[in-house]
Design a protein around this ligand. Sequence first.
Ligand SMILES: Nc1nc2c(ncn2[C@@H]2O[C@H](COP(=O)(O)OP(=O)(O)O)[C@@H](O)[C@H]2O)c(=O)[nH]1
Ligand SMILES: [Mg+2]
Length: 238
Amino acid sequence: MADYGETDDRTLLTLTGTREALRASCRSLNEYYEPEVEETIHKTILVGDSGVGKTSLLVQFDQGKFHTGSFSATVGIGFTNKVVNVDDTKVKLQIWDTAGQERFRSVTHAYYRDAHALLLLYDVTNKTSFDNTRAWLGEINEYAQDDVVIMLIGNKADAGSDRVVQYEDGERLAKEYGVTFMETSAKTGINVELAFMAVARELKYRQSCQADQDSKFNVKEYVRQESTKSRSSGTCCG
Ligand SMILES: Nc1nc2c(ncn2[C@@H]2O[C@H](COP(=O)(O)OP(=O)(O)O)[C@@H](O)[C@H]2O)c(=O)[nH]1
Ligand SMILES: [Mg+2]
């Protein structure tokens, strides 16, 4: 065999080895080193009890609209594709709405498995939905990938005197589980874009393997800085 060929083979082997090393070191999605990295689809799932506003949140994010009255719970498994800009990168989110599956949770187990991000919603006017987030977090810990991005969301932050779950309660729970927390209102739109942007940002930075601590994106800090706190003033989401 000609020297050239052998060199090529070795080069190829070295490259392959490097690829494998890269693949191993940033254990998330499919493409790490190609420009199409921007085209990676990040599966993002909305979970939480029925009626907390999952569909409303998605519709507000997707269409900037809010409809009073429940969306059909019989839609089943459906997703919406959204492309969001994170710095100079277009990040593709495939957002799954778990319509009608809240009652028979086993249905969702299968698609926890390949989820890259989970938005776990409760309703700040419904204490049970908040209490149930522990069960949801248990399920997530059991079935989702270890490095899944989890965002705890207290929705209906516009509720005013109907509120029964305080901001601090959500914050405390999120801290206990080490997840990011924010309150949103699908009705007024407050923090809705931020919720998905924060997820997209976190996914993008995880994927680009920016391992060095200085440039590492801190999703909790980002949310803290960007979020409009709907608690104290009581005027923002009326
Ligand atoms: N006030 C208020 N109502 C909301 C909000 N989000 C959803 N809702 C209402 O809550 C109900 C359930 O919403 P839906 O999106 O169907 O919940 P899902 O079952 O989790 O998908 C509907 O009547 C919505 O209009 C919100 O942010 N504020
Ligand atoms: Mg729904």
